[in-house]
Design a protein around this ligand. Structure first.
Ligand SMILES: [Zn+2]
Length: 119
């Protein structure tokens, strides 16, 4: 069987994935100082528990691409009546990535994230 793949072993590629952007927002109760004052005594803020901030989850979007992964293995799956699906395995971690989520340059990876996020 002859399998055509976009990348080969040893290629360094950028992977993109779907995730949520998380950021920190300033606590509305203690205004970011982590303490509140009651009758002259200071207490940990009951809202943020003294951490001064709260996590804010953004919408699900395509991101990534910045760090490179090295392809250490190629897995091609061909099922009858379905298009061939090629995945690549990362050498160090062993996680696998689908071909459509990998790009040779950061520019390509970022352009694709932007395109998919507009869909
Ligand atoms: Zn607080």
């Amino acid at each position: 069987m002859n399998i055509k793949t976009k990348f080969s072993n040893g290629n360094k590629v950028h992977a993109i994935f779907q995730g949520r952007e998380t950021g920190k927002i300033r606590c509305r109760v203690c205004y970011g100082c982590g303490e509140i004052e009651l009758d002259g005594s200071k207490y940990n803020c009951p809202k943020c528990l003294g951490h001064c901030s709260a996590r804010k989850d953004g919408p699900l979007k395509w991101m990534g691409g910045k760090s490179q992964i090295t392809i250490g293995g190629i897995v091609a799956i061909k099922t009858a009546n379905k298009p061939q699906e090629v995945s690549y395995v990362q050498t160090t971690v062993g996680s696998s990535f689908k071909e459509r989520n990998l790009f040779l340059t950061l520019d390509e990876a970022e352009a694709e994230c932007e395109r998919r996020n507009k869909e």
